[in-house]
Write a protein that binds this ligand. Structure first.
Ligand code: ADP
Ligand code: ASP
Ligand code: MG
Length: 409
């Protein structure tokens, strides 16, 4: 008898019909003799609706209270799914994050899971019930309800699979796996049979929202067997996240293209080129708990240089506020900034052993007249910052130039 954890996303539980469909699928797995723990998201659109509702009442919602509001979305689906399972003749019990005791830190709206008490769940499983757990939520040491950040139900699923030592964590969503690019942007994108853990980590952090990055981190830390599949198809192996590179059938140079529009760019012009200047600029940004992503400093000329970096758009206004007095203090000329940018990235472990990826990408973008504003590379990725309005075009162009629509030979 195997224990599996299945997570169903918002679209998959978006209506009573779909919830019944999920119940039928679970009944099927259980009929095979497996023990099943199910994690569900709020019904499609519900979390957005709750955020908007909170903002109507308080422009900048109190994080503790916002988490209380947000956690209701998942609380509804766990009960509805348990009812649908009962209708299928499958005994099921629902649990909120606090009822399980998914212990998190106290960082409201972006809490991290610290520990999971799986005793109640085990008891129910041993008694033959399906356990249905609310995704995206937990409780801190003091008993406050917390949420795990957008897309956090993926992380609940993987964390439960780790705690219960499940055979596999299956993430059921509205696509049948991880693709070479977001299939909504590139219709020719291809499903990957496998993707390495490192690649998935990069893809998730660079904007492929099919898995929340923390869920991938958890899978890596606890070696959870993680698979992405469609909740709308009966067959299909989806995409398996692998840990050993030789487990991979396909070894393409580039596994996929990701994009995001979450960042904003800030450039300080005419900065005196002397030791300590990067620290003087980024120190106060770090002190304000603002994460910096890309950083570019030009070669100095005539004792001056330009210094650019990107931050999350949510932190953009605050970063500018912090920087103006810094600019005056270090006697820099001006600050240029903008949040109409996008970051487009190519990811693949094969890049380690292949030269020329970046230049091929830059040529392809140039041929479309897309200007590159910033570049950053690591061993297994190349990212460019471009004008937001070219995001989709850039993703398609890069997908094409690397022939990602064709299976590797
Ligand atoms: P769920 O509600 O099930 O958690 P999400 O909307 O969070 O689903 O994630 C699934 C979506 O992720 C897909 O509909 C797809 O548009 C998007 N996506 C982005 N990049 C990729 C990719 N590389 N492969 C598959 N899906 C992707
Ligand atoms: N309902 C939450 C969200 O929309 C969590 C999730 O779906 O994973 O972000
Ligand atoms: Mg999601």
């Amino acid at each position: 008898m195997a224990l599996i954890v299945q997570k169903y996303g918002g679209t998959s539980v978006g209506s009573p019909e779909r919830i019944k469909n999920v119940a039928r699928r679970i009944a099927h797995w259980r009929a095979r003799g497996d023990q099943v723990v199910v994690v569900v998201s709020a019904m499609a659109g519900e979390t957005n609706r709750l955020i908007a509702l909170a903002k109507e009442v308080q422009a900048n919602p109190d994080p503790r209270e916002l988490d209380v509001v947000l956690s209701t979305g998942e609380q509804v689906t766990i009960a509805l799914l348990s009812m649908a399972l009962a209708e299928q003749g499958v005994p099921a019990r629902s649990y909120t994050g606090a009822q399980v005791r998914i212990l998190t830190d106290s960082a409201h709206t972006r809490a991290r899971i610290l520990a999971i008490d799986e005793q109640n769940l085990r008891r129910d499983l041993d008694a033959g019930s399906v356990v249905v757990v609310a995704g995206f939520q937990g409780v801190d040491e003091a008993g406050n309800i917390t949420t795990l950040g957008r897309g956090g139900s993926d992380t609940t699923g993987v964390a439960l699979a780790a705690a219960l030592k499940a055979q596999e964590c299956q993430i059921y969503t509205d696509v049948d796996g991880v693709y070479t690019a977001d299939p909504r942007i590139v219709p020719e994108a291809r499903r990957l049979k496998t993707v390495t853990f490192e690649e998935m980590l990069e893809l998730a952090s660079l904007g492929s929202k099919v898995l929340q990055i923390r869920s991938v981190e958890f899978a890596g830390k606890y070696r959870v067997r993680l698979r992405v599949l469609s909740s709308f198809e009966d067959e299909g192996e989806g995409t398996l996240i692998t840990f050993e590179e030789d487990e991979n059938m396909e070894q393409p140079v580039i596994a996929g293209i990701a994009s995001n529009r979450d960042e904003a760019k800030i450039t300080i012009l005419g900065v005196p080129d002397r030791p300590g200047i990067a620290y003087q600029i980024l120190g106060p940004i770090g002190d304000a708990n603002i994460d910096v992503d890309m950083i570019v400093q030009n070669v100095g000329h005539d004792g001056l240089t330009d210094f650019s970096f990107t931050v999350n758009r949510n932190d953009y206004a605050k970063a500018l506020e912090i920087l103006e007095p810094v600019r005056v203090h270090i006697k820099a000329r001006d600050i240029l900034s903008g949040d109409k940018i996008a970051k487009v990235s190519m990811v693949g472990v094969g890049m380690r052993s292949h030269a020329g990826i970046a230049s091929t990408a830059f040529r392809a973008l140039a041929e479309e007249g897309i200007n590159i504003q910033m570049i950053s590379t690591s061993e297994i990725k190349v990212s460019v910052v471009i004008d937001e309005k070219y995001t989709e075009l850039a993703v398609r162009v890069l997908h094409k130039v690397f022939n990602l629509d064709q299976a590797p030979a």
